[in-house]
Ligand binder design. Structure first.
Ligand code: NAD
Length: 450
């Protein structure tokens, strides 16, 4: 079935009103939760086949997040779907005013490969909660996972409600040419531009969850051992193929050597002396990303790591120092297990480095200095972030997750997911018993009353 036919079927189903009742939405979310549990092993194996992602990481960063999100939505959905009263305006006295969240209709979800289950299904939770139908296009770079998503969801959902379409660029182009009611895209900034251009043709609203270079600033007041351990974890989880991974570190020069020693120790503690043998260290997704990443190794001096094996798509957790700031490693999003470490003297210098680049998806600061914290959070624009940790802010569904500028537009997670997949309809209701004649012509002499 091509994109046109699929959308027509979904639209007919949506128009039947089947997806709108809260009971239906709750039932479908429960179904999603059930299928995640029943097919947990298949999802885990598929992702492992695609890039050797360890089971614990798979649960903590994909399935666990999905379970938490669904539970939270199930607990709150009845409240969110009720009309919300708002204050009236004097000029409309007397009136009742309220908003109603209405589903857009049929939404298109395009997912990347790096957290292939979570990033395909987390937006789906919001889409279902808000009463939409959905077409999901997982990434062609994780073929085992995409096939598993298609097969499993196909068993539990009717295609006119939730459909999964496998394929690459051509399939995306076909889907993007259709008149969907909403597009939710997660992926690179480059493809985000293509998606937005296609959406503009039909005036389709979009959420773009994109990438960028997320900085990690460490000042001299930080607990360096803990900072190094947390950064090493956030950088090398998923072998650095995380949209919010620390892309580069800016360390205050006085404490650089200490930080680097702690960092090296942490990597050894996590993955042993030969990370290639560790069952906990994933691989790079394919040859072209491997080649791109290997090229970055020439843009600095290797402090630790640096070993590669193209046959195994293995790149050792690597730290680069004496980095060429004009090199591609400091221009492109790294999206792999290579961490450039640069130094700064004073906090404003670090701010200048961050602000000389596109607005990042995340920013991290390790510091005990509240002045540094307020200076950085006020002067740098970024999607979201954390103080004294990395990545962990995504675990809180009360914090909307999204980028700004080149790192994206719109945010989701928790209630925000319900909101983005809903159109907020505003309604004012007036009684008949009072009809103030001021607004009616003739206007002569009325201006002086204002
Ligand atoms: P990508 O942009 O290459 O691909 C994403 C999706 O777009 C895939 O489904 C792919 O099939 C499709 N696509 C690719 N080329 C296309 C084209 N020319 N026309 C139409 N569709 C096309 O991204 P990726 O490599 O899968 O993922 C990595 C990127 O995603 C990184 O930049 C990363 O930062 C970003 N990312 C962002 C988030 C977030 O939540 N903000 C999460 C994960 C990844």
């Amino acid at each position: 079935m091509d994109g046109k036919e699929l959308l027509e079927r979904q639209r007919t189903y949506f128009k039947s009103g089947a997806t709108k009742s809260v009971e239906f939405r709750i039932h479908q979310l429960q179904t999603l939760k059930k299928l995640l549990t029943q097919h947990e092993e298949e999802f885990m194996q598929a992702v492992h086949k695609d890039f050797k992602k360890p089971e614990l990481e798979m649960y903590a960063t994909e399935l666990g997040i999905l379970h938490n999100e669904i539970s939270y939505v199930l607990k709150n959905l009845k409240k969110w779907t009720k009309p919300q009263k708002v204050s009236g305006a004097l000029v409309n006295f007397p009136s009742k005013n309220y908003t109603v969240a209405e589903p857009y209709g049929s939404v298109l979800i395009i997912a990347p490969w790096n957290y292939p289950v979570q990033l395909a299904l987390l937006p789906l939770v919001g889409a279902i909660a808000a009463g939409n139908t959905a077409v999901i296009k997982p990434s062609e770079l994780t073929p085992h996972t995409s096939a598993a998503i298609k097969e499993i969801l196909g068993k539990w959902f009717k295609e006119e409600f939730v459909a999964v379409v496998e394929g690459g660029v051509e399939t995306n182009q076909d889907l993007l040419a259709q008149d969907f009611d909403y597009i939710f895209f997660t992926g690179s900034t480059r493809v985000g531009q293509i998606v937005m251009e296609a959406a503009a043709k039909n005036l389709t609203p979009v959420t773009l969850e994109l990438g960028g270079k997320s900085p990690c600033i460490v000042d001299e007041t930080a607990d360096l051992e803990t900072a190094a351990r947390r950064i090493a974890w956030g950088k090398f989880v998923n072998a650095g193929q995380t949209c919010v991974a620390p892309d580069y570190v800016l360390i205050q020069s006085k404490v650089k050597d200490q930080f680097l020693e702690h960092f090296k120790e942490s990597v050894r503690d996590f993955y042993g002396v030969n990370p290639k043998l560790s069952p906990d260290y994933p691989r790079v997704i394919n040859e072209s990303h491997f080649d791109r990443l290997e090229g970055y190794l020439d843009d600095g001096k290797i402090f630790c790591g640096g070993k590669t094996d193209r046959n195994e798509l293995y790149i050792e957790p690597t730290v680069l120092v004496d980095v060429n700031e004009d090199g591609t490693v400091m221009k492109e999003e790294i999206f792999g297990p290579i961490l450039p470490v640069l130094t700064f003297e004073k906090i404003p210098d670090a701010i200048n480095v961050v602000n000389s680049k596109s607005k990042p998806l995340s920013l991290y600061l390790f510091s005990k200095d509240s002045d540094a914290e307020s200076m950085i959070t006020e002067k740098c624009s970024f999607g979201g972030g954390a103080i004294n940790d990395v990545l962990a802010h995504l675990g809180n569904h009360h914090l909307p997750f999204g980028g700004v500028g080149n790192s994206g537009m719109g945010a989701y997670h928790g209630k925000q997911s319900f909101d983005i997949f809903s159109h907020t309809k505003s309604i004012m209701k007036k009684p008949f018993w009072l009809d103030i004649p001021f607004r009616y012509a003739p206007y002569k002499g009325k201006l002086k009353w204002i």
